[in-house]
Design a protein around this ligand. Structure first.
Ligand SMILES: [Fe+2]
Length: 288
């Protein structure tokens, strides 16, 4: 009988952006994937630092792991990806859902830039199977927050759900960015919640209410029973009405304009200009 490998998951929390990054592997010395790595970015000084990414490197080196994949769940609006820095240090392929092309098109227009799909090493089609060492993994297409969101299902029993659901007491991700859709997110979430009740869900963020510690994982059963936005008794119409009302009150994330222009190019920093300095663009008085 063939044995199913057991995945080890190490989480890392960036308190500045409330983001979880993960290293997934089977055993020391084997292959691993990093999910959603953060490049620290101070908006006031336009200065990056690799303190968060270096913690991932330290962990990977301490466990003798070989980096096979740098998996992005989507083009993040709240932090810059450290994928290019980690690829340069450790190797591995940067991958995201193939509908990133749509996100690149929309934001390429906003920034007057031409981001290329080839900035990523691999674009996953919906449902595509792949391996992390001996682990069987699948890229699920879970749009709604953006058109290109992916969730990564490992060995059919743990799913990295990106910006779809948060902890049950926090709810769900916003859907008001270009190409976002509350109806689409509802369908994606119902698809995820159709998985077996014990399926572990690993989150991209946590914004805990006062008094609760930061948590990075929950289960399908917990979400179906308790998620304040999508528990089982909430209808699609109720969800869409709630999400639309709530999204209208949300400000743009602080790092959105700098982060997205790098993240639609797999996290690459802008090219140096002739004086050796890199410059970001800030579109003014945007409406979309
Ligand atoms: Fe996001």
């Amino acid at each position: 009988m063939q044995q199913t490998p057991v995945a080890c998951v190490q989480h890392f929390f960036d308190a500045n952006t409330s983001t979880f990054s993960y290293v997934v592997y089977v055993e020391d010395g084997g292959e691993c994937a990093i999910i959603d790595p953060v490049l620290d970015y101070d908006a006031a000084s336009a200065r990056t630092s690799t303190a968060s990414a270096d913690k991932l490197i330290d962990f990977i080196e301490a466990h003798g792991l070989k980096l096979q994949w740098l998996l992005e769940t989507h083009a993040h609006a709240d932090h810059v990806s450290a994928a290019p820095y980690l690829k340069q240090k450790l190797g591995g392929k940067i991958a995201i859902g193939e509908r990133i092309r749509e996100v690149q098109k929309v934001f390429g227009g906003i920034y007057n830039m031409r981001p290329e799909a080839e900035a990523f090493d691999h674009l996953f089609s919906a449902g595509e199977l792949f391996n992390i060492g001996t682990l069987r993994a699948q890229a699920l297409h879970v749009p709604g927050h953006t058109p290109a969101d992916a969730a990564y299902l490992i060995e059919g029993s743990m799913a990295f759900v990106g910006d779809t659901m948060f902890m049950p007491d926090v709810g769900t991700a916003r859907c008001d960015f270009p190409g976002g859709s509350a109806a689409t997110l509802y369908a994606s979430i119902r698809h995820l919640l159709a998985m077996p009740p014990a399926t572990a869900l690993f989150l991209c963020h946590d914004y805990p209410p006062t008094g609760r510690e930061v948590m990075h994982t929950t289960t399908v059963a917990e979400q179906r029973a308790h998620n304040i936005h999508v528990k089982d008794e909430i209808t699609e119409a109720e969800f869409i009405a709630m999400r639309t009302r709530r999204d209208a009150t949300l400000k743009l994330p602080t790092l959105m304009l700098p982060a997205i222009q790098m993240n639609i190019q797999a996290g690459q920093l802008p090219a140096e200009e002739s004086n050796g300095t890199r410059y970001l663009k800030l579109p003014m008085n945007l409406s979309w």
